[in-house]
Design a protein around this ligand. Structure first.
Ligand code: AMP
Ligand code: MG
Length: 424
């Protein structure tokens, strides 16, 4: 059995991210939100685009007003008004000023803006009562960013500020990666859908829904394939199909050592190479990772030709184990696969718990609960109720997992703990 860190680094080495040549598509900025940039973007414009005023005031020549004071105000004639969006029509000559509003273009001849608060206006004249600094309140063309310089590197997730930058630079459409395609399937004779009538012995296939939500949250495209019975022929058919429509296949169940756990055998019979079969993590030990040759599983006519080499992740069926292992291993793999340049390695933070934390010390143990940040630290509160991995109900509203390392059976209240934050 390998450690969680070993498992994470094996998975990282197996992921073959989307490529900008095969997997990019051009989209408008509405569609681009939260997608990942496939090509770096250089600015077609200077920022600011032209010299402009940072204040409501008067554009002047510094030489005219450098001696101004309340005792000896400088008198200037106002030759025009330049609102935002206006284009100056006149050159500001010695003894002249132009009324200017925030963001408006600086007129030729002027090099400095005096705030209206240090002026007194009467008719078409102003008195400047304070000497400004040279070039004050002028935002120079290109001072923030120059034409041709990179605005955003490839691999950037396009959130609100990045979309704003692209819009302001008129970079539309943009090249983004297509969403990663993730087939989700559940295995088990006992499983029914949430809308079917439950018969004795049956349980609801909650994993399908939970994993689809988690996949969508990671920015990928969930393709739910439904429940497959514990029947080797049916499972083989379903997995063979899944491999032809997805970059990543996630199954749950059927990967432990029970009499009905067929998944690993089927993966091998389909030409898969098994890289991981169990990990020292609790909950979640029977985690299965396999890779396939795309040439043996060519894309289905409905799927893009650019599908990556198929990666298969078999999660344990236990609903708590399925989500914990998703957060720990699948989410980073999905982000890496999606073309994100950085930030896909999960970050653990240090915090404290007001309660003792306990584990069996044999496997790295993940306890679920909620994270709060106080003024000075992160505080982790264990979910109330049973921490049995079959208890799905108290997993709801989990925002973090506290990690108890291998070899540790007890972390006293108040001691530092490692915490994995769950995507909100
Ligand atoms: P397995 O890994 O197939 O042995 O399943 C372990 C436990 O998780 C069993 O109690 C299953 O009934 C349960 N389980 C398996 N698949 C699912 C699923 N898709 N949704 C909810 N529970 C499941
Ligand atoms: Mg099963």
């Amino acid at each position: 059995m390998i450690s969680t860190d070993q498992a994470a680094s094996i998975i990282e080495s197996l992921v073959q991210p989307l490529t900008p040549t095969a997997d990019a598509e051009q989209v408008d900025l509405w569609t681009a939100a939260w997608r990942i940039l496939a090509q770096s973007v250089a600015s077609p414009l200077d920022f600011p685009h032209w010299d402009n005023s940072a204040m409501d005031g008067y554009a002047v020549r510094f030489a005219d007003v450098q001696q101004a004071s309340e005792q000896q105000p400088v008198d200037l004639i106002v030759i025009e008004e330049i609102p935002a969006g206006g284009v100056p029509q006149r050159v500001v000559n010695a003894g002249e000023a132009a009324r200017i509003l925030t963001g408006a273009m600086m007129p030729a001849g002027a090099d400095t803006v005096v705030m209206q608060e240090v002026t007194q206006r009467s008719g078409d004249r102003i008195q400047v009562l304070t000497a400004p600094q040279p070039q004050s309140f002028v935002r120079r063309q290109g001072a923030f960013h120059r034409v041709g310089e990179q605005l955003l590197p490839a691999g950037t997730r396009l959130g609100a500020p990045e979309i704003a930058v692209l819009a302001a630079a008129q970079c539309s459409p943009v090249w983004v990666y297509r969403p990663v395609r993730v087939v989700i399937l559940s295995t088990g004779n006992e499983l029914v859908s949430p809308t079917e009538i439950l018969k004795p012995g049956q349980i609801v296939d909650s994993n399908q829904y939970a994993l689809a939500a988690a996949v969508a949250k990671a920015g990928a495209m969930p393709i739910p394939l439904g429940v497959v019975p514990d029947d080797p022929a049916a499972l083989k058919r379903a997995i063979a199909h899944a491999l032809t429509v997805a970059d990543l296949v996630i199954s749950s169940g059927g990967v432990s050592v029970g009499d009905y756990d067929y998944v690993e055998r089927i993966l091998e019979s389909l030409g898969g190479t098994l890289h991981i079969q169990s990990v020292a993590i609790k909950p979640g030990k029977p985690l299965t990772i396999a890779t396939f040759e795309r040439s043996h599983h060519p894309p289905h006519p409905d799927a893009p030709l650019s599908l990556t080499q198929p990666l298969y992740i078999g999660l344990p069926g236990n609903p708590v184990s399925a989500l914990v292992t998703f957060w720990r291993f699948v989410q980073p793999a999905l982000l890496q696969l999606s073309g994100l340049a950085t930030g896909w390695v999960p970050t653990f933070i240090t915090g404290r718990s007001p309660q003792d934390l306990r584990a069996d010390g044999k496997r790295e143990t993940y306890l679920w609960g909620r994270l709060q940040s106080t003024e000075t630290e992160f505080e982790f509160t264990l979910a109330a109720g049973s921490h049995n991995s079959a208890n799905l109900v108290n997993l709801a509203q989990t925002t973090a997992l506290a990690v108890v390392p291998v070899g540790t059976t007890h972390i006293p209240a108040g001691a530092p703990i490692r915490i994995l934050q769950i995507p909100a």
